[in-house]
Design a protein. Structure first.
Length: 217
């Protein structure tokens, strides 16, 4: 699998299947508001009132637990969480415990996998391909946790761009105790601007999913 470092270079153009996906960068959004945005986008897509969406954003500091996550994988106690202004949310995605925060690009694809992509494992692999991988050596640079209901997707991925990695020390990331975490800025030893990653991920998403991605300005 390729290194995620490749994701910061613009992917080659691709032919779409005629499906339009609107990508938008929403800035810093609370986790609760992010859930509401997803729910609204899912309902609009299901009712035919809007195109598919790729919601890209950052969250304030938050730990999220997927379905069946082990709560003991949050290592910080209530006082530490409060003093660090970290929220905790249980959520309907797959996966274990993960961290979201400023400097991390969170992506919520709201797309319909019907009629020709009705395969959960393929969808996860495709998200990995959008990011060109989630591991760099023994360090994780991205996390994936998805929800699929009647083949419409929500939740998605989190890519560490210039994330403060110290927050990961308060959890067992994705339930994996013996691996590290990293970020694009740490690997490249430079400050990477979120805008360049937003554009690259959006275009690569269109390439992998054969969508005509329109980036909102």
């Amino acid at each position: 699998m390729h290194s995620t470092l490749d994701a910061i270079s613009l992917p080659r153009p691709t032919d779409s299947n005629g499906s339009v996906c609107e990508a938008s960068f929403c800035g810093l959004v609370s986790y609760s508001d992010g859930l509401a945005l997803q729910e609204q986008a899912v309902e609009r897509l299901r009712s035919g009132k809007s195109a598919e969406q790729l919601l890209l954003l950052e969250h304030p500091h938050v730990f999220t637990l997927g379905r069946g996550a082990d709560g003991t994988h949050i290592l910080a106690d209530k006082d530490q969480l409060q003093s660090s202004s970290i929220e905790v949310h249980e959520t309907g995605r797959g996966g274990d415990v993960t961290y979201h925060g400023p400097g991390q690009l969170v992506g919520y694809p709201i797309i319909n996998l019907k009629p020709d992509r009705c395969d959960v494992h393929r969808y996860v692999r495709d998200i990995e391909e959008v990011l060109t991988g989630v591991w760099v050596g023994n360090e994780k640079i991205a996390a994936i946790g998805v929800r699929i209901a009647r083949w419409i997707t929500s939740h998605g991925f989190a890519l560490n761009v210039s994330t403060d990695l110290n927050y990961f020390q308060m959890i067992v990331p994705c339930g994996i105790p013996d691996k590290g975490v990293t970020s694009l800025s740490r690997l490249t030893d430079r400050q990477i601007e979120m805008v360049e990653v937003v554009e690259s991920v959006s275009k690569h998403f269109g390439e992998v999913f054969a969508r005509d991605v329109k980036i909102a300005r």
